[in-house]
Design a protein around this ligand. Structure first.
Ligand SMILES: Cc1ncc(COP(=O)(O)O)c(C=O)c1O
Length: 484
């Protein structure tokens, strides 16, 4: 069956990323794919360092005390925690395993914040003993923390009280207004066993004004707690700083035109099913916008309220610290023709590209590269494309063949499950994908790599390699964990 020439479907080109381009251009990914014989993830720790520095710069610019805690759930690699230890940043952990990992990679106990609901006793014991900050999620948990601190006799337990945001009353996290009032009295009664350092919250979604509103409430709660003699000099606004994967025009066009005909098996997605792959403000810019927002009921910016009340700002970003900090590489091991598009099978599963968890799809366009090009001498053409913002990206590929839009393909996994698709979307490639080619999904470090990973079918979990390309002509690499 011939694949006919069809219009180019809306794509989601990744934003330009010189560091990732340098890796793509070096030939290293082809070598690693050969070495591992399966899918793998690559990590770019310099991007993590830059993102951390940019968030800290915004706090400094606003004259605020604060701490950035990396939300460890967003990616399990050791290298991020090592970077936190190196830079004195904190880590947000939600299990005893994550806490042990953070300590084992050099983060000090007092630089940890422990989040999550109904934490198990082992986690609470470790947290108290290590001097970690504990975001308390219920009155029962508060009692357990106090008992743990009294029993341990080592040091007071450091706590934040987690607020149930009025805007998300159905959230299963946080304490209601009445529970907070009761908690404050229990904290005051607990005496030196407890240090009530402030309040925390985390909102689903990416609405900046909504975060500013809850932050305003949390500052008010600090003042109330101080009146009861408690320390309460900090608030944590959790994570949820959005990042942009693609440009505004591509995202708008995609949202405005996508329909079931653009997906394998006529799968349909509502526009609200997707992560917002473009945000007007993102990363450190989103933090700046949050600090400039006026919380409901206040005529002052959040930054002013924090400064004037002597309240420090804690953040728990996951995705925003991992922006452009890595990619995921799969090898194509089968190509089938379907009516008007190709069906690719790669050597891994959608569990290594985890947006599927949210019944959604990871949308940024993967890049197609040919590992054989160098060895066989087949021409590697530079395919240059320009997005609507005039930004140029370069893709190395084999010779472009056929009319634009001819090479559309959805991407399936190497499993026997119909629904195990890495990309239901028919992606337009600059040439026909072939067996042995590599697909490089960009910017996958935040949540995509390992949130859902599973050795289903006894397939090995993709290894992670850390790439160092600072001041060197050719990038070098190591495994994320050195095996003994
Ligand atoms: C309590 C808490 N903090 C931080 C985060 C990290 O969020 P993000 O990766 O969107 O910054 C989460 C994510 O679910 C969370 O639940």
């Amino acid at each position: 069956m011939a694949v006919t020439s069809t219009p180019v479907l809306p794509g989601l080109p990744a934003l330009p990323d010189p560091a990732a381009e340098a890796v793509l251009g070096s030939g290293l990914l082809e070598e690693l794919s050969y070495a591992f014989g399966g899918p793998f993830h690559f990590l770019l720790p310099d991007a993590f360092d830059r993102n951390l520095a940019a968030l800290r710069a915004v706090l400094a610019e606003a004259g605020l005390d604060g701490q950035v805690y990396y939300a460890k759930k967003a990616n399990k690699a050791a290298v991020w925690v090592e970077r936190c230890a190196e830079h004195g940043a904190g880590v947000d952990v939600a299990s005893a395993g994550e806490l042990r990992e953070a300590l084992g990679h050099g983060v000090r106990g007092e630089d940890l914040v422990v989040t999550g609901p109904a934490k198990n006793p082992e986690l609470l014991r470790l947290a108290v003993r290590q001097g970690a900050l504990i975001a308390v999620d219920s009155l029962d948990e508060l009692d357990t923390v106090v008992m743990t601190a009294l029993g341990g006799r080592a040091r007071p337990a450091r706590v934040l009280l987690r607020v149930l945001p009025a805007a998300q009353p159905h959230s299963r996290f946080g304490l209601t207004g009445d529970e907070l009032e009761a908690a404050l009295h229990r904290c005051a009664k607990a005496g030196p066993a407890l240090r009530t350092e402030g309040f925390s919250f985390h909102l689903s979604g990416y609405d900046i004004q909504a975060r500013a509103d809850v932050a305003g409430t949390a500052i008010g709660l600090c003042l109330r707690a101080r009146a009861l003699g408690l320390e309460a000099d900090r608030i944590s606004v959790g994570g949820g700083l959005p990042i942009s994967y693609t440009d505004a025009a591509s995202w708008q066009e995609f949202l405005g035109t996508q329909h079931s005909g653009h997906y394998h098996a006529r799968k349909s997605f509502g526009t609200g099913d997707f992560y917002p792959y473009h945000s007007r403000v993102s990363g450190a810019g989103a933090l700046r916008a949050l600090l400039a927002a006026h919380p409901e009921g206040h005529d002052r910016a959040l930054a002013d309220l924090l400064r004037e009340s002597g309240t420090a700002l804690l953040l728990e970003p996951g995705r925003a610290l991992l922006d452009r900090a890595g990619g995921s590489v799969f090898r194509i091991q089968g190509v089938k023709e379907r009516a008007g598009y190709l069906l690719l099978t790669v050597d891994g599963t959608s569990l290594s590209l985890s947006e599927q968890w949210f019944a959604s799809e990871y949308l940024p366009d993967p890049r197609l590269i040919s590992p054989d090009a160098d060895r066989t001498g087949v021409a590697r053409t530079e395919v240059r494309t320009e997005d609507r913002t005039g930004v140029r990206t370069e893709a190395r590929s084999g010779a472009a063949e056929g009319p634009a839009g001819a090479h559309r393909a959805a991407v399936g996994a190497a499993t026997c499950l119909e629904s195990d698709m890495l990309s239901w979307r028919k992606i337009t490639f600059p040439r026909r994908p072939r067996d042995g080619d590599l697909l490089v999904y960009p910017n996958t470090a935040g949540y995509q790599m390992d949130s859902n990973e599973s050795p289903f079918h006894d397939l090995p979990l993709p290894p992670k390699v850390v790439i160092d390309h600072t001041d060197r002509p050719r990038p070098r690499w190591r495994l994320d964990r050195h095996f003994h």
